[in-house]
Design a protein around this ligand. Structure first.
Ligand SMILES: Nc1ncnc2c1ncn2[C@@H]1O[C@H](COP(=O)(O)OP(=O)(O)O)[C@@H](O)[C@H]1O
Ligand SMILES: [Mg+2]
Length: 253
């Protein structure tokens, strides 16, 4: 049985301009232990899909099934309890909260021996980090990885990461991708990563393309990476003037 199924999902929200259909006819199936990378232009609806799965946005039409159980009308807390977790684009910082407290909150119990493994899995040395405060002394990349560790502490069925690359340097980004690889190897969790990064696309078992509130394509990483390569070649040509100086928007990646 599929882990998560979205069936002909519609999300309609109130805005200043009246009601807008943010998501239209979204259908997809997720299996455990797979990495799904969701990509597409800004404003296409990627975060909204994540919020619909989390129960933050109400479903106007359609159905969400988690291991066959209809969760369409369940609230945020209930879905979280059933094993769906979400990492925000900017993890919050808490003065006075230590890394070990953050992991205890996530796990729902104090389990220090396990935290060592979790911190190790995200590429951080447990002894160095356990008693650090979740404040400005941690870099953006360290925060991201501790946040991932806290999602891992919850034994999730589904973990959603919304543009995890945002606001971190290249070196931290490299470590982050290694962390996703470790999760992939070790856990049954299905991971959905919203990202534009080629390094992240390389991790995908499946790539979900979102456009104007719809899924425009569900495809393989080979196809997407091929497209990116082709686009790069075309850009090189057009930049050197070999194609009559044609500039398309895709060249500004
Ligand atoms: N709470 C909301 N109220 C009104 N419009 C929204 C809301 N959330 C998202 N939208 C609109 O839905 C579209 C998709 O947004 P979003 O899912 O954030 O896109 P993405 O994550 O792909 O950049 C955008 O046009 C956005 O303005
Ligand atoms: Mg977004």
């Amino acid at each position: 049985m599929a882990l998560l199924e979205l069936k002909n999902l519609y999300v309609t929200l109130d805005s200043e301009k009246g009601k807008i259909d943010v998501l239209k006819d979204i259908t997809m199936t997720l299996e455990k232990k797979k990495i799904y990378v969701m990509t597409g232009p800004n404003g296409s609806g990627k975060t909204s899909i994540a919020k619909a799965i989390m129960g933050i946005y109400p479903i106007a039409r359609g159905q969400i099934l988690l291991v066959g159980e209809d969760i369409t009308r369940k609230g945020i807390a209930e879905r979280a309890q059933l094993g769906i977790g979400y990492a925000f684009q900017q993890p919050p910082r808490f003065k006075g909260l230590k890394v070990r407290d953050m992991l205890t909150l996530a796990a729902g119990r104090d389990d220090p021996s396990r935290y060592c493994d979790l911190l190790y899995d995200v590429g951080l040395c447990a002894q160095d980090y356990m008693d650090r405060e979740m404040n400005a002394s941690l870099s953006g990349g360290e925060m991201k990885r501790i946040e991932i560790a806290s999602l891992l502490a919850r034994n999730l069925k589904i973990a959603l990461f919304d543009e995890p690359e945002a606001g971190i340097d290249l070196w931290s980004f490299q470590r982050l991708t290694e962390t996703f690889e470790t999760i992939h190897e070790k856990l049954d969790t299905a991971v959905i990563i919203i990202s534009h990064q080629e390094r992240i696309l390389r991790l995908a078992d499946q790539v979900i393309m979102v456009k104007e509130g719809r899924i425009s394509e569900i495809t393989t990483r080979e196809k997407i990476l091929g497209d990116i390569q082709r686009l790069d070649m075309e850009c090189q040509f057009s930049e050197s003037g070999a194609r009559g100086g044609k500039k398309d928007a895709g060249c500004n990646r």
